[in-house]
Design a protein around this ligand. Structure first.
Ligand code: RTP
Ligand code: MG
Length: 140
């Protein structure tokens, strides 16, 4: 087991319903530390660049529209196996499939408006963290 960092995004459906604190509490209760955090309004170009890996997927346009529909809170979470732990706390992409007690089960509105993003590998975590944060903004 190793201490890792992962990129998390609290999505517009959650900021709109004022759920930032409740979602952050889930991370902290799971042993993840919020070592960087900022609230942003993504531009279309920023959303498209962040989700470039999904550019061929049928939901890409709709996803970028949704991610620019309101503020997001981008954050770096740190802890033991942070990548996997964050995804465990978030639950499955589709809230209908998410386990009880997960963020998506309790808060998500739909498979798209699913309240949170988490990096899916340590390699992607490093890329995604660098997309939003410079080194001096991360305080472990
Ligand atoms: P995320 O990247 O946000 O942590 O979510 P994920 O790994 O569980 O899901 P992924 O397959 O990477 O999809 C990224 C985001 O696209 C939206 N989505 N919409 N309409 C659809 O069928 C659909 N499928 C995915 C969700 O917002 C998902 O989190
Ligand atoms: Mg993903």
């Amino acid at each position: 087991m190793a201490i890792e960092r992962t990129l998390s995004i609290i999505k517009p459906d959650a900021t709109r319903r004022n759920l930032t604190g409740k979602i952050n509490a889930r991370f902290e209760e799971a042993g993840l530390r919020i070592v960087a955090q900022k609230r942003l309004q993504l531009s279309r170009a920023q959303a498209e660049a962040f989700y470039a890996v999904h550019s061929e997927r049928p939901f890409f346009g709709s996803l970028c529209e949704f991610m620019t529909s309101g503020p997001v809170v981008v954050q770096v979470l740190e802890g033991e196996s942070a990548v996997a732990k964050n995804r465990e706390v978030m639950g499955a992409t589709n809230p209908a499939d998410a386990a009880p007690g997960t963020i998506r089960k309790d808060f998500a509105e739909s498979i798209e408006a699913n309240s949170a993003h988490g990096s899916d590998s340590l390699e992607n975590a490093a890329i995604e963290i660098a997309f939003f944060f410079s080194g001096i903004e991360i305080v472990g």
